[in-house]
Design a protein around this ligand. Sequence first.
Ligand SMILES: Cc1cc2nc3c(=O)[nH]c(=O)nc-3n(C[C@H](O)[C@H](O)[C@H](O)COP(=O)(O)O)c2cc1C
Length: 177
Amino acid sequence: MNVTKKKYLIAYFSRPGQNYVSGRIVDLKVGNTEVVAKKIQKKTGGDLFHIETIAAYPKDYTETTAVAKNELRTQARPKLKRKVENMGVYDVIFLGYPNWWGTPPMAVFTFLEGYDFSGKTIVPFCTHEGSGMGRSEKDIAKSCPKATMLEGLAIHGTNAGSAALEVSSWIDKLGIL
Ligand SMILES: Cc1cc2nc3c(=O)[nH]c(=O)nc-3n(C[C@H](O)[C@H](O)[C@H](O)COP(=O)(O)O)c2cc1C
């Protein structure tokens, strides 16, 4: 049998600091999306890549919502700290992000516009406070039309820590392992 094992990348944006979780402000040491990204890593054995902007977002939740709103309005493309040097080797890219005003943070689009995803599969996942995936899947598909996109997973931020089973059965259902 000649089975070549697929290579998985888990690229995610996640912002630690103050966040709004189930109606109150809490200080997250590790962002919710990062928590989920690590569960996907455990399940797939893939490589983790943190999409991080050079300019840090404020620790304060309300200040961050204002910065993010302005970035969305201007369709900003914040500069990133680093690139995936060997994107060519990956077959499947899990793409994680928090829902920010209904779509991924603009830094996720900086990331997507930096590579050629022809022939690759993108699997989105997000954490949120009630809006689910919002319009993120549509916006991502527009940004990388040459990729195949599979059904995403939305996890309420509060449940990030206990989502292992949900993550596992979602990946099993996708049939990509
Ligand atoms: C700037 C900003 C905008 C947000 N907008 C939304 C939103 O429109 N809908 C929603 O359900 N949650 C929204 N949230 C909540 C986050 O999606 C949620 O807390 C997420 O789990 C944070 O992930 P992280 O800790 O990985 O950054 C927003 C949070 C921030 C900071």
